[in-house]
Design a protein. Structure first.
Length: 195
């Protein structure tokens, strides 16, 4: 959503603006986890007089960010917790062997679902349409499908899944290239037009 490596015109918000004829604002921040995005929405949404829609991002590939406790984060019940310091050796080990316990994953599922539910409620309270966009680069693995279903489907959250060619990424990293951004923007505009 941030538009890493894209011009404004190529970004998803700019393309949705062009397709729908409504002004967009990009509140995304590079590298944010779901809870950080929610807290930013909570702060920024009151600044908009008549919001039409709020589009959030969920990617199972980024779910690991929601499990990090080395930064201030939300815990179950959306309770704010301070960062948990880790030794440098532990941080390096986590990068090399990204093992997560079942308890950590379960907590992440619970918090991620609660954060999206809170985002949807906040959006609806302002009279806007909530939508979670789920870009899927290449085939969806079984574990990815299970996470998506547990977090979004079981909670009845409004989302659109966008299947994207795995090659439609920027050459220097894994962010969407202009073709992928276009596909995502088209799916978002189509879903918002239904409402």
């Amino acid at each position: 959503m941030f538009g890493e490596g894209l011009t404004w015109e190529e970004s998803i918000p700019a393309q949705v603006t062009a397709m729908m004829g409504i002004q967009s604002a990009n509140l995304a921040v590079h590298g944010f986890a779901t809870d950080q995005a929610y807290l930013r929405l909570q702060t920024e949404l009151p600044r908009f007089r008549r919001p039409v829609a709020v589009v959030s991002l969920f990617m199972t590939a980024l779910f690991g960010r929601n499990l990090d406790d080395d930064r201030p984060h939300l815990a179950p019940g959306l309770v704010w917790l301070p960062a948990q310091p880790h030794s440098r050796l532990a941080a390096i080990a986590k990068l090399l062997v990204p093992y997560r316990s079942l308890e950590t994953v379960e907590r992440g599922v619970t918090v991620t679902r609660a954060v999206f539910q809170a985002s949807v409620a906040l959006t609806r309270a302002r009279g806007a349409t909530p939508l979670i966009v789920v870009p899927q680069f290449g085939p969806e693995a079984e574990a990815e499908q299970a996470l998506r279903r547990r977090i979004l489907d079981e909670a009845g959250l409004p989302y659109v899944r966008v299947e994207i060619d795995a090659a439609w990424r920027l050459p220097w990293d894994r962010h969407p290239n202009p073709r992928a951004a276009r596909a995502i923007a088209e799916a978002v505009a189509a879903r918002l037009s239904e409402r």
